[in-house]
Design a protein around this ligand. Structure first.
Ligand code: 13P
Length: 249
């Protein structure tokens, strides 16, 4: 198992040419034997093309969302089977932008998690508190609630990862400080040990992670990787985070 997972969430950015150029750059650089796994999660429209372009043993490919149902009248949605059929290995579920902008609740998120894991997709379940919740001292309660509800019925944890993304740190240039990351990741790790009896589950940090702060963040105990937005669109920055992870192995 790799030591770190460095994941890029491209969100709704890049056309196909731009996606190809970022991916080519990553692909030509990557270290074959590294203990760090590099994952890109481009928009749905690019998945099929990129899975043909890249060597999936060097770069992993993921989607940013999925629908919970197998198929049917869900206009505009993408199923688990569709993702698997184009070589997609990962899916991000419950990102705070899905929760807040598109109104996804824990029940829907849980259904996606369970069905994706059962189908063999690797799931990155995102959790995190808003600034208001943090200021009211509710951070741990919110995280526990999102974990409990998001993981109902989950038995097999082999393909599960958790991303802690404080909502107030996403795309704002503000990162959580060392103590905040350390205590939340420890809390999540303890929850996972209690819930599953063991914890081989990677816990990623997300929120304004970049080439400059990666070393400090990735050195924190219980931080097993990053879920990176803005900086993952700049190949040099993304590769610098990847190299930092290699250095820390
Ligand atoms: P930024 O790295 O742009 O803050 O985004 C983080 C994120 O939301 C990754 O899923």
């Amino acid at each position: 198992m790799s030591k770190y997972l460095i994941a890029g969430n491209w969100k709704m950015n890049t056309n196909l040419d731009e996606a190809k150029s970022i991916t080519d750059r990553l692909h030509s650089y990557l270290d074959y034997d590294s203990e760090v796994e590099l994952l890109i999660c481009p928009p749905f429209t690019h998945l099929s093309f990129l899975s043909e372009l890249i060597d999936l043993s060097r770069i992993s490919l993921g989607a940013q969302n999925v629908h919970s149902e197998k198929n049917g009248a869900y206009t505009g949605e993408i199923s688990i089977d569709m993702l698997l059929s184009v070589g997609c290995e990962y899916v991000i579920i419950g990102h705070s932008e899905r929760r807040s902008i598109f109104g996804e609740d824990d029940k829907f998120i849980n259904k996606k998690v369970v069905n994706s894991l059962n189908a063999g997709l690797r799931v990155i379940l995102c959790i995190g508190e808003t600034l208001e919740q943090r200021e009211k001292g509710e951070t741990f309660e919110i995280l526990e609630n999102q974990l409990e509800k998001g993981l109902i019925g989950v038995e097999k944890i082999i393909n599960l990862k958790i991303a802690y993304e404080p909502v107030w740190a996403i795309g704002t240039g503000k990162t959580a400080n060392k103590e905040q990351i350390s205590e939340t990741h420890e809390f999540i790790s303890k929850f996972l040990i209690k819930r599953f009896g063991e914890n081989n589950i990677k816990i990623l940090y997300g929120g304004s992670m970049n080439a400059e702060n990666a070393e400090e963040i990735l050195s924190i105990k219980n931080v097993n990787g990053g879920l990176i937005g803005g900086a993952s669109l700049k190949p040099d920055s993304f590769l610098s985070i990847y190299n930092t992870a290699i250095k820390l192995c």
